[in-house]
Design a protein around this ligand. Structure first.
Ligand SMILES: C[S@@+](CC[C@H](N)C(=O)[O-])C[C@H]1O[C@@H](n2cnc3c(N)ncnc32)[C@H](O)[C@@H]1O
Length: 397
C-alpha cells in the first residue's frame, strides 16, 4: 500500500497508436518510461509528480497513480481487499468520489457491479471508523478511483486527472466533426513540423490543429487552461506546490513568446465557412493564441501559403488538412473531386512543404493522386483513420 510521498507506478492512458508520442512527452519531462503499450505508457513517480504530468502532457487522456495491487477472484473478495486500503489517507469524509473501471472477470457481467463493490467498500470503511461517509456518484469532476481488474489481478488507482485531459479546455464553440485536442497534438507531433516553421491549416473548422500548433510554438501547456483536476480533491493536495508548477510553466511560455514576437504570422487557418472561422477565432482567444494565427474565410485553394525560407532551419513547414470524409451514404463520391483538388493544391502551391491529410476514409485518400511518403494509423474516436504524408517538391523529381 502506498504513501503519498512514495514513488509508485503511474499509468498514463492515450488513444490507440499514439503511445509512442506520449512516451516521448513523458521522457522529455524527465520521467522514466518503463513500458509502452497500445493504450498507455507506464512510468513512476510520487502523487505530486502526477500534477506535473497533468499540467504538461498534450497527447494523454488520464494519469493514474497506483494505490494498491492485489488478487481477487470474485466480487466479495474485491470488496474485502478494497476495504483494507486506508482510504482516510486520501479522501475526507466530506469529499465526493466516483469509481470507474476496466473489468474482465468471470464473476462479473457488468462493470457497474464492480464499481458498486468498490464504492461500498470505501464508504463502509469510512462509516465504521468515523460514523460519516463521503458522498459518491457518477460525476468525475472531483476524486476519481479507477479499478483495473483482469482475471484475478486487481489494481486500484487514483485517477489524478478526474475528467479526461484529452480535452484542452479552449473549445468554446464547435462546428461539424471537431477533432479531439489530444489527437490534433498527436498529429502535429507525428509530422515533420518544428514550432519555428510555417504551419498552414486549410479547412480548419473550429481551429483545433492551428490552435495546438500555436500552443506548441509558445510552449503553452494544456493544463494552464484548466482549473480543475482529480488530484485537487485528494487529501494530500498542496495548492502552493501546484501554483509553483503553474508559474514555472507560465514563465517558459513568456520566454518562448518573446522569441516569436517579431515574427510574421505564419500559422494560417482558413475555412470556407464564416461560422467555422468565427468559432476558430473564439477558441484561439480562449487558448490565448489568437494573436499568433492568421485566420481567413476562403476556399482552401485560396489559402495563403507563406514562402519557404532559404535558410533551412530545424524541421519543415507543413500544410495539414482534415477534410470532410463522407460519413453519410453518397457523400463519398461527391468528395472525390475535393481530394483530387487537394492534391493539385499541394503540387501547385506548396512546393518545399510537407503535406498531410488526416482522413477517416482510406478510399478518398487514394484520390489525392500523389505518392505518400508515410501512412500513419490513428483512431479518431472509433473511426480508423490515416495521416497521409506527402513530400512536396518544386517541379518534378
Ligand atoms: C472535418 S472539418 C475540420 C474539423 C477541424 N479539424 C476541427 O477540429 O474542427 C472539415 C472542414 O472543411 C471545411 N471545408 C469543406 N470544403 C471546403 C473547401 N472547399 N474550402 C474550404 N473549407 C472547406 C468545412 O467547412 C469544415 O469546417
Amino acid at each position: 500500500m502506498q504513501s503519498v510521498q512514495m514513488k509508485n507506478k503511474i499509468v498514463i492512458t492515450c488513444a490507440k497508436h499514439t503511445s509512442h508520442l506520449l512516451a516521448e512527452e513523458v521522457k522529455a519531462l524527465g520521467f522514466p518510461v518503463q513500458a509502452v503499450h497500445l493504450l498507455d505508457v507506464v512510468s513512476e513517480g510520487t502523487l505530486a509528480d502526477t500534477m506535473k504530468l497533468n499540467l504538461h502532457l498534450r497527447t494523454a487522456h488520464r494519469v493514474l497513480w497506483l494505490l494498491h495491487h492485489f488478487q481477487a477472484r470474485h466480487a466479495e473478495q474485491l470488496y474485502q481487499k478494497v476495504k483494507e486500503i486506508p482510504w482516510e489517507k486520501y479522501l475526507s469524509v466530506h469529499s465526493y468520489f466516483s469509481v470507474s473501471s476496466f473489468v474482465r472477470n468471470e464473476s462479473i457481467r457488468d462493470n457497474r457491479f464492480a464499481n458498486l463493490k468498490v464504492k461500498d467498500a470505501i464508504v463502509d470503511r469510512m462509516n465504521e471508523r468515523f460514523h460519516q461517509r463521503p458522498d459518491s456518484g457518477p460525476l468525475q469532476d472531483q476524486a476519481v478511483i479507477f479499478l483495473h481488474w483482469k482475471d484475478t489481478d486487481a489494481s486500484l488507482y487514483l485517477d489524478t486527472s478526474g475528467e479526461s485531459i484529452a480535452r484542452h479546455h479552449y473549445r468554446r464553440v464547435t462546428v461539424q466533426a471537431p477533432m479531439q485536442e489530444s489527437l490534433a497534438a498527436a498529429i502535429i507531433l507525428s509530422s515533420r513540423w518544428h514550432p519555428a516553421q510555417p504551419f498552414v491549416n486549410p479547412m480548419c473548422g473550429s481551429g483545433t490543429l492551428a490552435i495546438e500548433a500555436a500552443l506548441m510554438r509558445i510552449k503553452k501547456v494544456p493544463g494552464l487552461l484548466r482549473a480543475n483536476f482529480g488530484f485537487m480533491h485528494v487529501k494530500s493536495f498542496l495548492p502552493s506546490r501546484w501554483e509553483e508548477m503553474r508559474l514555472a510553466a507560465r514563465r517558459e511560455t513568456l520566454q518562448a513568446e518573446s522569441t516569436f514576437r517579431n515574427m510574421k504570422k505564419n500559422i494560417i487557418a482558413t475555412d470556407q465557412d464564416p461560422k467555422a472561422i468565427r468559432a476558430a477565432k473564439e477558441n484561439a482567444q480562449a487558448a490565448g493564441v489568437d494573436h499568433l494565427i492568421h485566420f481567413e474565410v476562403c476556399d482552401f485553394q485560396q489559402t495563403p501559403v507563406p514562402a519557404v525560407s532559404e535558410e533551412k532551419g530545424e524541421g519543415s513547414p507543413v500544410v495539414i488538412f482534415n477534410p470532410p470524409y463522407g460519413e453519410r451514404l453518397g457523400e463519398e463520391t461527391l468528395l472525390e473531386p475535393t481530394y483530387q483538388a487537394i492534391g493539385d493544391f499541394f503540387k501547385q502551391q506548396c512546393a518545399g512543404y510537407w503535406g498531410y491529410i488526416f482522413t477517416g476514409n482510406l478510399h478518398l485518400g487514394k484520390k489525392v493522386g500523389l505518392k505518400t511518403k508515410r501512412r500513419l494509423e490513428f483512431f479518431s474516436g472509433k473511426i480508423e483513420s490515416r495521416l497521409l504524408e506527402y513530400e512536396l517538391y518544386a517541379g518534378n523529381r
